[in-house]
Design a protein around this ligand. Structure first.
Ligand code: G3H
Ligand code: 13P
Ligand code: ZN
Length: 312
């Protein structure tokens, strides 16, 4: 089947009490690892591309890699999504360039400005059959293009969500309930706890409407240790407990974003390989186990965290 939008996927996930995995892609091995797992698990999937990924790998290469996955995995629905679109122009370029879904992230702007920018993207996207994710509330954390200091992060205000969704016409909404981007989500020694009260308040005010969780890597300690034991230094890397993500996926949360876990699996595997084989220099030899471990990690997420195995 060709690339799809997330419309039908989210309706099924909402009613079925599971979530779709949205995994960030930056190169061929990541696309292959994710989609091979989804194919074997018969799981629908969202492959998402950030501004940083487009700068690194080039828009066309990424679109063509995802199109190749669509050909190789004809039995599963695949969405190609822009992650954290920073402005109208970037969203337009992805809408014109083959994406089926875009996120406009104006969450750091004042409420009225966020509405105005989002509304403009929605108008253009809908004219072209593309769906739009927007964001209310800000997550802390750092990636290439998204950098919000801890003190500037804020939970979503449930009393704002109805007005925001009605006035923008967006198709899904990312909310802030205590997750954050990157591998250092909670202070070591503290108990990680998402604000399910905020989630349920938003859910109540938007019946039937798909909610999105960003910053949802669980930061597997197995890979943190693998990195630290093989020359890396990531002390205190902590993620969202998987049981809380499982709980979220049973609610109105229909899309769960995971990037850092893929990075950890890839980096840990490659570091270990180099440590054990200092003589090797063929990239295929270390990218192959890295791709295999990404596949296993994604398979685990689909089965045990998102609950979307067998839902394609
Ligand atoms: O939330 C953003 C993703 O983790 C992408 O990160 O901007 O470094 O590609 P990036
Ligand atoms: P993580 O850093 O927790 O993987 O979050 C990824 C994300 O939200 C992409 O938009
Ligand atoms: Zn994000």
């Amino acid at each position: 089947m060709p690339l799809v939008t997330s419309k039908e996927m989210f309706a099924k996930a909402y009613n079925g009490g599971y979530a779709i995995g949205a995994f960030n892609v930056n190169n061929m091995e990541i696309v292959q690892g994710i989609t091979e797992a989804c194919r074997e698990e018969h799981a629908p999937v969202i492959l998402q591309v950030s501004k940083g990924a487009r700068a690194y790998a080039n828009h066309t290469y990424l679109v063509k890699l995802v199109e190749a996955a669509v050909i190789e995995c004809p039995e599963i629905p695949i969405v190609l999504h822009l992650d954290h679109g920073p402005d109208f122009e970037t969203c337009k370029s992805c809408i014109d360039g083959g994406f089926t879904s875009v996120m406009i992230d104006a969450s750091s702007k004042p409420f009225e400005e966020n509405i105005e920018i989002t509304r403009r993207v929605v108008e253009y996207a809908h004219e072209h059959g593309v769906v739009v994710e927007a964001e209310l509330g800000t997550l802390s954390g750092i990636e290439d293009e998204v950098n919000v200091a801890e003190g500037c992060a804020s939970y979503t205000r449930p009393e704002e969500v109805e007005e925001f969704v009605t006035r923008t016409g967006c198709d899904s909404l990312a909310i802030a309930i205590g997750t954050s981007h990157g591998a250092y989500k909670f202070k070591p020694g503290t108990k990680p706890q998402l604000r399910f009260d905020v989630l349920h308040e938003c859910e109540k005010r938007l019946p039937g409407f798909p909610i999105v969780l960003h910053g949802s890597s669980s930061v597997p300690q197995e890979y943190v240790e693998m990195i630290n034991e093989n020359g890396g230094a990531m002390p205190g890397a902590i993620g969202v407990p998987e049981d809380q993500l499982r709980e979220a996926s049973r609610s109105a949360v229909c899309k769960i974003n995971i990037d850092s876990d893929l990075r950890l699996a890839m980096t840990g595997t490659i570091r270990k390989f180099f440590n054990e084989h200092p003589d090797k220099f063929d990239p295929r030899e270390y990218l192959k186990p890295a791709r295999a471990n990404i596949k296993e990690l994604v398979r685990h997420k689909l089965r045990d965290v998102l609950g979307c195995s067998g839902k394609a």
